[in-house]
Design a protein around this ligand. Structure first.
Ligand SMILES: Cc1cc2nc3c(=O)[nH]c(=O)nc-3n(C[C@H](O)[C@H](O)[C@H](O)COP(=O)(O)OP(=O)(O)OC[C@H]3O[C@@H](n4cnc5c(N)ncnc54)[C@H](O)[C@@H]3O)c2cc1C
Length: 288
């Protein structure tokens, strides 16, 4: 069976920043055998695009979207989600079935595959705390993998097809309450404009947001992009921002923080352009 394919798909549609260029082709496998078949032809892997900026010039080639990989299964101890399941769906399912331990994800607009690949975390917890293992496809082979994790990093090579998590049995009402509280905290601290989440990783023992704020960069604008005045580690798209507007501010922040503190901030977002983000099937995975 052939997979859905779309051409010239814009960053407005596939990234949470909602600015940037087009992807030449996006293909949407909806089951494991399609995923195994499509993976070797893909140049990029796309989850919800909540950590991604696509260069204004756009990118050639094919992105594999995990959006349609939405299977769910569970037993008494573990729950398995397809890579394309979104956090909102995951949390609604877990709350309904009394599966606790995932409430820290509330408000992250991401997919299961992206969360695992990035080892996403919030409120003192991270994906590596709850992951049992994941099914990874790489060049025709599938393997159950227990990745090595670091801060917003995993050593996964290939595409996560699905991931299995350990859950804690909990009262649905308690789970819903924790989700509600986490969402409330997020709304108080983070901007509501489109963004790609935290722009920089926190340097050892400090917070990128604090350093940026201390440099007086909150509210700094370029084109349609602005360093959020609510949280300095977010760059928001307040008015038709381009990827170049975003990257201009990234550069300005990096230079200013380095000049003042001698600290080189490291980007957390993923840049898709002709030089970055592309998969290499001949030399193992090479992506930033
Ligand atoms: C408002 C907002 C709040 C956020 N809050 C947080 C937060 O609290 N904590 C946090 O850690 N992050 C946060 N983020 C950032 C982002 O949501 C995470 O990095 C998330 O893990 C990205 O998931 P995604 O599905 O959107 O992946 P994408 O952005 O689509 O992709 C990110 C990377 O993962 C790879 N990838 C995606 N799916 C797969 C897969 N199935 N297999 C292999 N590789 C894959 C991509 O190739 C890319 O390199 C936030 C973002 C926004 C916009």
């Amino acid at each position: 069976m052939s997979c859905e394919k779309r051409y010239n798909v814009s960053a407005k549609e596939v990234t949470s920043f909602k600015g940037g260029g087009n992807i030449e082709c996006v293909v949407y496998p909806s089951n494991l055998s399609d995923l195994i078949r499509i993976y070797p032809t893909a140049d990029y892997i796309l989850g919800c695009g909540s950590n991604m900026i696509i260069a204004d010039e756009g990118v050639s080639g094919t992105a594999l979207s995990t959006q349609k990989l939405t299977d769910i299964s569970y037993d008494d101890n573990y729950v398995t989600f397809g890579a394309g399941i979104k956090v909102s769906t995951l949390l609604a399912f877990c709350a309904r079935h009394g599966m606790g331990g995932f409430e820290f994800l509330a408000g992250i607009p991401a997919s299961v595959g992206g969360l695992v690949y990035m080892n996403a975390g919030a409120f003192g917890s991270k994906m590596s705390d709850v992951l049992k293992d994941c099914l990874v496809i790489a060049d025709g082979k599938e393997a159950s993998v227990k990745p090595q994790f670091g801060y917003r990093h995993s050593d996964i090579e290939g595409v996560v097809a699905r991931a299995t998590f350990v859950y804690e049995k909990a009262e649905p009402s308690k789970i819903k309450e924790r989700i509600f509280l986490n969402l409330k905290t997020r709304r108080l601290k983070q901007p509501s404009f489109p963004s790609c989440g935290s722009v920089f990783k926190n340097p050892e023992g400090d917070f990128a947001g604090r350093l940026i704020e201390e440099c007086g960069l909150k509210g700094e604008r370029y084109g349609g992009a602005m360093v959020s005045d609510k949280h300095a580690n977010f760059i928001v798209n307040f008015s038709d921002a381009t990827a170049s507007d975003f990257l201009f501010l990234v550069d300005k922040i990096k230079k200013t923080v380095y000049y003042r503190y001698g600290i080189t901030l490291e980007e957390e977002f993923r840049l898709l352009d002709e030089n970055h983000g592309r998969l290499s099937h001949t030399h193992g995975i090479q992506r930033l």
